[in-house]
Structure formats: structure tokens, C-alpha cells
Ligand binder design. Structure first.
Ligand code: C2E
Ligand code: CA
Ligand code: CA
Length: 353
């Protein structure tokens, strides 16, 4: 039985299966069919779909529970195979998120969010050229909650707008403080991560200008990081936003480069200042020639297009040596420093790494 549950949500009910593999076979062929490229009015459109599987053997009492679990599994469907089979941990994770949500609402008001700073180091001078601001949630009972746990939750609930604004204001306040710190630190670039939801808002540019104004910090101190995946999903909008930011002299970086299958032609169309090569390519770059070739070509292309390159996730001296020899501009990673609280970051600035 096939049913349509929502605008782009469908359910397939399979009867009399002799084994789970039969359901998997159906999921695989459905994924392949729906993922095929079709031509509509001269445009090639490739469908995306995610399939979640759950089995009646799990003793469901209601159809709603059955559909809920299939939906949960679909959310974490594998990109390659297109499907995911439900397991009880997914339910636990969903319940965990459910309890975190109302707490996250209070986190900003109760001053539980903190911005940590990870140094970005110039390979030539070996000095700190800036920092990336990375948000942390100091939960009263759970302790330090990492962003990958609560940022995706905040994106789902829309709380990311409020969190993003707070992060932006905090980063600008800190940038202004470093600008006026003794020792001449006025040229630091402070990276701020921006979610797709934030830059899709009509008031996005106003929010940025408001934060800069409030903190009295220079536009050029701010570097907004947009992930490659967010860029691919919103190419038209990103083009406009990045151009507007360029006019305002606010810097931009294309984050996690290499993870989202960004077409190289996009690089040419968006005036990003910086490209951040994802850590999966940087890891073991001294030992893996495949990664080395990819990063080397990326650096050359980025430089040709007038962009600087930051290598993310640098963990060893050997990786530093290879990247510096490739003319990579900056590095960021545990080899230099983890993300640290503002006091520690200021100390690193004054005393060096
Ligand atoms: P990202 O923007 O790619 O940030 C880099 C992540 O890599 C950080 O994790 C950082 O701590 C980690 N990292 C840095 N150097 C190394 C290294 O040498 N080795 C390893 N293994 N990891 C390293 P973190 O802080 O947990 O942040 C995870 C993600 O959460 C970020 O990925 C970013 O996408 C998101 N995020 C963090 N803060 C914010 C924020 O204020 N707003 C938004 N929208 N997203 C944020
Ligand atoms: Ca980032
Ligand atoms: Ca990144």
C-alpha cells in the first residue's frame, strides 16, 4: 500500500515479508528510481530521497508509533544506499533532544552559552591571524554540551536565529576588545559560523550591521563562515548575500570545503575571501597521496581565484610541513590549539603559541 503523508512524504506498507532483506530490496530500488535524473522543460532535475524502515515485529501498539519510527530512521538515512533501519537508540536520541529543547530556550537568557575561540595560524609568520568562534553550552547539570548536539536541534526548532544573533554580537564585542588591546591586534579576523536559516532571512544583513554597530568593531574583523552544503542548497541566495557582504567589506569563508560536492564552477561565481579545506582532507596529508593531490589542486585553484586557504583540523607537525610547502595560507587545529575561552585566547595573543 502506498500513501501520501505530507507534501513530500510517502509511506509504503509491505505485507507478508519473509525476511527484512525483502524490504531492503524494495527500499534500494525505490531510492534508485526516485533518484534518477529527469528532464523538465530543458532542466535536468535529480530527485533526493531518504527512506526509513521499521518492522512490525517491534510490537507497535499504534500506527502513529510505527510511522514515527520510520520517520526517525529516514532522517538518518545513508546518503549512498538511501535507507536506514530504525533502532531503539534513535528513539532514545529523539527523547534526549525533546528534553534538551525547552532547556536550550532558557540557555541564552540564563547566560549558559559561551563563545570559545580557536586560533587560525599564518603558516609563514607562525603568528595568530585570527580566531574561529565556536559556541559552547555550559549546561547546569550536563556540563559542557558540544555544538554538534544542540546546533542541529536549534536549526530544527528555529532557535538558531536567536543563538546566531547572540554569537554574532559576542564575537563582535570580542573583536572590538582585541582591536583596542595593547600590542597591535587590529587586523585579526574573527570567524563566525552562520547557518543556512540565518542567511536566508531578509533581515540577515541588518542583523550583521546591527551587531557591528553595537560593538563598534570594524567590518573587516568579521569573517562569516558558510558551509559548502548550505551554499549548494541555496546557490542563488548565497550569490546575492555574499556580494552584499563584499560591498560592506565583511569577509566570507566557504567552510568544510570538500564535504558537499560543491561544483568547482560555483567557486568562480561567489566572491568568497577564504576557502576552508575540511579536516577529512587534511588528516594524514603527509601519508596519503590522494588527499595531498586534492588539497594541492584546491589551494592552487583557490589562489588563482583570489581566495586564501585555511586548512582545518591540523593535528601534527608533519601535516604543518606539507601544508606550508603547498603554500597553504593558514592552519587551524589541535596542533596549534583547541578552541579556548576568551581569557586564554587573549593570553595566546599576547604571549604567542
Ligand atoms: P566547524 O565550523 O567545522 O568547526 C570546526 C570543528 O572542528 C570544531 O568543533 C573544532 O573544535 C573542531 N576541530 C578543530 N581543530 C580540530 C582538530 O585538529 N582535530 C579535530 N578532530 N577537530 C578539530 P566544534 O567546536 O565541536 O564545532 C562543531 C561544529 O558546530 C562546527 O564545525 C560548526 O559547524 C558548528 N558550530 C559551532 N559553533 C557554531 C555557531 O556559533 N553557529 C553555528 N551555526 N554553528 C556552529
Ligand atoms: Ca566553521
Ligand atoms: Ca569547518
Amino acid at each position: 500500500m502506498v500513501a501520501r503523508l505530507g507534501p513530500s512524504e510517502f509511506a509504503l506498507l509491505l505485507y507478508d515479508l519473509s525476511s527484512p532483506s525483502e524490504a531492503i530490496a524494495v527500499a534500494r530500488s525505490t531510492f534508485a528510481e526516485l533518484g534518477a535524473t529527469v528532464e523538465i522543460q530543458g532542466h535536468e532535475i535529480t530527485g533526493k530521497n531518504q527512506i526509513g524502515l521499521t518492522f512490525s515485529s517491534a510490537d507497535y501498539e499504534s500506527a502513529e508509533d510505527f510511522l514515527r519510527d520510520a520517520g526517525l530512521a529516514a532522517n538518518s538515512a545513508d546518503m549512498q544506499t538511501g535507507y536506514q533501519i530504525f533502532d531503539a537508540d534513535m528513539h532514545k536520541a529523539a527523547m534526549h533532544r525533546l528534553t534538551l529543547e525547552p532547556e536550550l530556550k532558557r540557555a541564552i537568557d540564563n547566560e549558559q552559552l559561551v563563545l570559545y575561540y580557536q586560533p587560525v595560524v599564518d603558516f609563514k609568520s607562525r603568528k595568530i591571524s585570527g580566531f574561529e568562534g565556536l559556541v559552547r553550552w555550559i549546561h547546569p547539570e550536563k556540563g559542557l554540551v558540544p555544538p554538534d548536539v544542540f546546533i542541529s536541534l536549534a536549526e530544527e526548532t528555529g532557535q538558531i536565529l536567536q543563538i546566531g544573533k547572540w554569537v554574532l554580537e559576542e564575537a563582535c564585542r570580542q573583536a572590538a576588545a582585541w582591536e583596542s588591546m595593547e600590542g597591535g591586534f587590529e587586523n585579526l579576523a574573527i570567524g563566525v559560523n552562520v547557518s543556512a536559516q540565518e542567511f536566508s532571512r531578509p533581515e540577515f544583513i541588518d542583523t550583521i550591521e546591527g551587531a557591528l554597530e553595537k560593538a563598534q568593531c570594524r567590518c573587516s574583523s568579521l569573517k562569516l563562515e558558510l558551509t559548502e552544503t548550505a551554499v549548494i542548497d541555496n546557490t542563488q541566495l548565497v550569490g546575492q548575500v555574499v556580494k552584499q557582504l563584499e560591498q560592506l567589506e565583511i569577509k566570507t569563508a566557504l567552510d568544510d570545503f570538500g564535504t558537499g560536492y560543491c561544483s568547482l564552477s560555483y567557486l568562480h561565481s561567489f566572491p568568497f575571501d577564504t576557502l576552508k579545506v575540511d579536516q577529512s582532507f587534511v588528516r594524514n596529508i603527509d601519508r596519503e597521496s590522494r588527499n595531498r593531490d586534492i588539497v594541492q589542486s584546491t589551494i592552487m585553484l583557490a589562489h588563482k581565484l583570489g581566495m586564501e586557504v585555511i586548512a582545518e583540523g591540523v593535528e601534527t607537525q608533519a601535516e604543518v610541513d606539507v601544508l606550508a610547502a603547498m603554500n597553504c595560507n593558514y592552519g587551524q587545529g589541535h596542533f596549534f590549539s583547541r578552541a579556548v575561552p576568551e581569557k586564554e585566547a587573549s593570553r595566546l595573543l599576547r604571549e604567542g603559541l
